[in-house]
Design a protein around this ligand. Structure first.
Ligand code: IVH
Length: 709
C-alpha cells in the first residue's frame, strides 16, 4: 500500500545528499512498482487489491513526474501501456486495430470538460469566434472492453482488450450473453468489429453473490463471492468453463468500431460517430439511451451534471462519462498521443470505492434477535456520502473477509445499496490484529446467542426480554404499514424502553401524560399528540395487527393472506401447522414460526392485553365461505398494466376466487390486457373472450377484496 503523500510533487525533505531529480526518480520507480502490482491483481487475476480511485491517484502522480522529467518515461511504465497480460489458458488474438485507452480527467468538477474542449480547439486551430465543436457524450460503463468480430454478419470471435494489441479469445463465453447478436442483418460490411463494454447489472450482481454465499455456506469448495459487478463480469468472461459463464448474467453496450472491411452497398462509411451509434442500434446492439449529441464545453458540462444526478438510479455502475469528437474527419485530424486518442476523454465521477480503516466491530441486535456484525469506520467520502458504518452481514462473511480492528479496507457504496466492506488490504494489517469472533452471548441482554444448523445468523434467544429486540418490536408495531402510531419513532422508543416505562406492547396503551412529560425534551403538546396517536391506532385492521405482532417470516403480504384465509385472529391463533399450510404461499418455515409464536403463553397474554386496552378490528368469515364473485372464473393476464405488477394483479384475482391461467382458450372467462399484449390478446378477440384493461380488472374485483386494508 502506498501513501500518495510520499509521492507529492514537493521538494520537502530534500537533503544535500540527493538532488530533486534523484528523489523524483526514486518516487517514480516506487509508484511504477506499485502500479504494476495493482494492475496485475486487477487485470490478470480479476482480484483488485486497491480501489480504482487509489490506482488513478498514483497513475496521475506518475504521469506528472514523467511530464516533469521525460527521461523517466520508460517503455515499461504503466502510463505507456493499457490493460493487463493475456492469460495463457486462452488463445491469443491480435487486434487488427488496437484497442486504445482513453485519457482520464479525474476531476469531479466541470473543469475536466472545459479542459478537454480547450485542448481540442487548440489542436484544431479554432479561434475564439469560431463555431463550437460537436461532441457525442456517452456513459463510461464500468465493465470490461470487448471486441466482437463479425464476418459476413456472423459472430466469429470475441476478444478481451488484453494489453491493447493482444487480447484473449473468449468467444464461447461471450456467445452466452443474450444481448449480443450472434447474427446480424444482411446489410453489414464483410468484416465488422464492434467494440463495447461487457458489464453486470447491479441486481444481477447481488443475486449472483447471494447464490455464491449459499454455495459457500453449504460447503462448496472453490467458490467465492465477487467484490463488485465489474470484477464479477471479468471473472465470468474469463471463466474457462462456458457452462459456468452462462450462469453469470452479463449485459453489453456498444460504443465504437474496430476493424471494418468491405462496406456494403446500402451502408457506406459514416461521417459522424453519432450516426455510427445509431447504426449499431439498428443492427441490434444495445446502445445506452443516455448518449447525446452536444455542442461545445457548455454541452459537455451540462451532460456531466445530468448524468451525475442520474447515476445512482441507473441499474448498472458507471464511473464517469466519455466525451468524443463527433466528426470522424476531425477525429482523424486530431490523431493519437501514445495510446490515447486526442479526440476522446473520460471524465470521472467521485469514486464508489475508497480506502478507510476499521475502528471497531460492533454487534447489533435486530427485531428477531438476529446479531449483525457492523464495522465502525473512520469517516470516508464514498459514492457521494460520508460513510461510518458498513455491515459485515454475519459470522461467515466476517470470517471470509477476515476484517479485523485496525485494518485498512476497501469500502464500497454504489447506488442506494448499503455500504459494504469489499476486502481488506492485507499488506497494511497491523501486527497483532486479532481475528473477529461473534460473541456467544447477546451484547444487549446477555442471553445466549445461538446459531442453528443451516443458518448463517446468530440469534439472541432473549426474545422480548432483550431490550434491543423489544425496541425493534415497538418500532415494527408502530410503523405506518402495521398498527401505525404516528410520532412513535426510534428516539422515543429508546427513551421509553431505557427508562423502563414500557416493556411489552400493551404498556404503550397504558401510558399517561405524567409518564410522557417526564421524558427528555417532551413538551406537553407533543405528549398529548402521542396519546392521541395511540388512541387513533386502536382502530386497526386484522392484517395490520397480525403484521404488527412481528412474527418471524410473516411479512405484510403473508399477514394479509392469513387474515383473508382465517377471517378471525382466534382462528389463526388456534390453527394447527396443517391448517396453516393450507394458506396460499405459506410453507413449512412460516407455518412453524406462526405456530411457535402463538403457542407461547406470553404472546397470548400480549394479544389478550392489547384487546383489553381497546385495540380492535373487524373480523369476517373464513375465506372458504366468503362471497367470492369470481369463483369458477378463469382469467388470463397479458402485457404490462399501468399500475399493477403481474403478481399484484394475480393476487387480487385469486383473492376474489378466480383462477389465473397462462393461455387463452374457450374456457377463459376474461383476458386482462396491458400494453405490449401479444398473441393472447389476438386469440381472445378471435374467440370472443371479453377483454378488460386495468380499470376493468379493478371493477371486477371491487368490493370483494377481503384483506381489509
Ligand atoms: S471508447 C478510443 N467509450 O473505458 C477510445 N470506452 O480506457 C476507446 N469505456 O476499458 C474507448 N465506456 O472499455 C469508450 N462509452 C465508452 C466507454 C469506454 C467505458 C471503457 C473501455 C476501456 C476504457 C478506456
Amino acid at each position: 500500500m502506498l501513501n500518495l503523500d510520499l509521492f507529492s510533487d514537493s521538494d520537502e525533505g530534500k537533503g544535500s545528499s540527493s538532488s530533486a531529480f534523484e528523489q523524483d526518480t526514486q518516487k517514480a520507480t516506487q509508484i511504477r512498482q506499485a502500479l504494476h502490482r495493482y494492475a496485475h491483481a486487477y487485470y490478470t487475476l480479476d482480484a483488485p487489491e486497491v480501489p480504482d480511485a487509489e490506482y488513478d491517484r498514483l497513475f496521475s502522480a506518475l504521469q506528472l513526474l514523467e511530464e516533469k522529467h521525460p527521461v523517466l518515461k520508460t517503455p515499461d511504465s504503466p502510463t505507456q501501456r493499457v490493460g493487463g497480460a493475456v492469460l495463457p489458458e486462452f488463445q491469443t488474438v491480435r487486434h487488427q486495430v488496437p484497442m486504445l485507452s482513453i485519457r482520464t480527467e479525474t476531476d469531479n468538477e466541470s473543469t475536466g470538460a472545459s479542459a478537454f474542449d480547450t485542448r481540442v480547439r487548440k489542436e484544431l486551430g479554432l479561434g475564439e469566434g469560431e463555431p463550437e465543436v460537436d461532441y457525442v457524450a456517452e456513459l463510461k460503463f464500468d465493465g470490461l472492453a470487448m471486441s466482437l468480430r463479425y464476418e459476413k454478419g456472423v459472430l466469429v470471435q470475441a476478444a478481451t482488450r488484453g494489453d491493447g494489441e493482444y487480447g484473449e479469445d473468449v468467444t464461447n463465453n461471450i456467445r452466452t450473453i443474450g444481448q449480443i447478436p450472434l447474427q446480424l442483418p444482411s446489410d453489414v460490411p464483410e468484416v465488422l468489429e464492434v467494440r463495447g463494454e461487457v458489464y453486470m447489472r447491479r441486481d444481477d450482481f447481488e443475486a449472483l453473490n447471494e447464490r455464491q454465499r449459499l454455495k459457500i455456506s453449504k460447503g462448496a469448495k472453490g467458490e467465492k463471492t465477487f467484490v463488485n459487478p465489474r470484477n464479477a463480469a471479468a471473472g465470468a468472461v474469463r471463466q474457462l468453463d462456458s457452462h459456468i459463464a452462462a450462469q453469470r448474467p452479463l449485459s453489453f453496450f456498444a460504443y465504437g468500431l474496430g476493424e471494418v472491411l468491405g462496406w456494403s452497398q446500402q451502408i457506406t462509411a459514416f461521417a459522424h460517430h453519432f450516426e455510427l451509434l445509431q447504426q449499431l442500434k439498428a443492427w441490434g446492439f444495445p446502445v445506452a439511451i443516455q448518449t447525446q449529441c452536444v455542442k461545445g464545453s457548455a454541452g459537455l458540462i451540462q451532460f456531466h451534471g445530468q448524468i451525475a444526478n442520474e447515476r445512482d438510479a441507473l441499474p448498472y455502475d458507471i464511473d464517469g462519462v466519455v466525451y468524443k469528437v463527433d466528426h470522424l474527419a476531425l477525429q482523424e485530424r486530431l490523431g493519437f498521443v501514445t495510446r490515447e486518442p486526442r479526440w476522446a476523454v473520460a471524465h470521472k465521477f467521485p469514486a464508489q470505492e475508497e480506502l478507510t480503516t476499521v475502528q471497531s466491530i460492533e454487534v447489533q441486535v435486530g427485531r428477531t434477535g438476529k446479531l449483525t456484525p457492523v464495522a465502525k469506520l473512520a469517516p470516508v467520502f464514498v459514492g457521494g456520502v460520508t460513510v461510518t458504518n458498513a455491515t459485515l452481514h454475519n459470522e461467515d462473511e466476517a470470517r471470509r473477509k477476515d476484517v479485523r480492528v485496525g485494518d485498512t479496507v476497501i469500502v464500497r457504496r454504489a447506488g442506494d445499496v448499503i455500504p459494504e466492506v469489499v476486502s481488506v488490504v492485507i499488506e497494511k494489517r497491523l501486527a497483532g490484529a486479532g481475528i473477529f469472533t461473534m460473541p456467544r452471548v447477546c451484547p444487549v441482554c446477555g442471553s445466549p446467542a445461538v446459531r442453528d444448523e443451516d443458518e448463517a445468523d446468530y440469534r439472541c434467544n432473549g426474545g422480548l426480554f432483550c431490550n434491543a429486540q423489544r425496541k425493534q418490536a415497538f418500532l415494527h408495531f408502530a410503523q405506518r404499514r402495521a398498527v401505525e402510531v404516528d410520532g412513535l419513532g426510534e428516539k422515543l422508543i429508546d427513551q421509553l424502553v431505557d427508562a423502563g416505562v414500557v416493556s411489552t406492547l400493551p404498556d404503550l396503551y397504558k401510558l399517561g401524560l405524567t409518564a410522557l412529560v417526564q421524558l427528555d425534551r417532551m413538551a406537553e403538546k407533543s405528549a398529548l399528540n402521542i396519546l392521541k396517536a395511540l388512541e387513533a391506532s386502536k382502530a386497526t385492521t386484522l392484517p395490520r395487527f397480525i403484521y404488527g405482532l412481528g412474527i418471524r417470516h410473516v411479512g405484510e403480504a403473508t399477514a394479509k393472506e392469513f387474515a383473508r384465509h382465517f377471517g378471525t385472529l382466534d382462528a389463526l391463533m388456534q390453527a394447527s401447522e396443517e391448517l396453516l399450510l393450507e394458506v396460499s404461499d405459506v410453507g413449512p418455515v412460516v407455518a412453524q414460526s406462526v405456530r411457535i409464536f402463538f403457542e407461547q403463553p406470553h404472546h397470548q397474554e400480549i394479544v389478550a392485553q392489547l384487546k383489553a386496552c381497546g385495540v380492535h378490528w373487524e373480523e369476517g368469515p373464513p375465506a372458504e365461505r366468503a362471497h367470492q364473485p369470481l369463483t369458477g372464473k378463469t382469467v388470463v393476464l397479458t402485457g404490462s398494466l399501468p399500475n399493477l405488477s403481474r403478481d399484484e394483479a394475480k393476487a387480487m384475482l385469486e383473492a376474489a376466487g378466480a383462477k389465473v391461467a397462462g393461455s387463452v382458450s374457450q374456457k377463459t372467462s376474461y383476458v386482462v390486457a396491458g400494453t405490449e399484449a401479444g398473441s393472447k390478446l389476438d386469440k381472445a378477440t378471435a374467440l370472443g373472450v371479453p377483454v378488460l384493461d386495468e380499470a376493468g380488472l379493478l371493477k371486477l374485483v371491487q368490493g370483494n377484496n377481503h384483506d381489509g386494508t
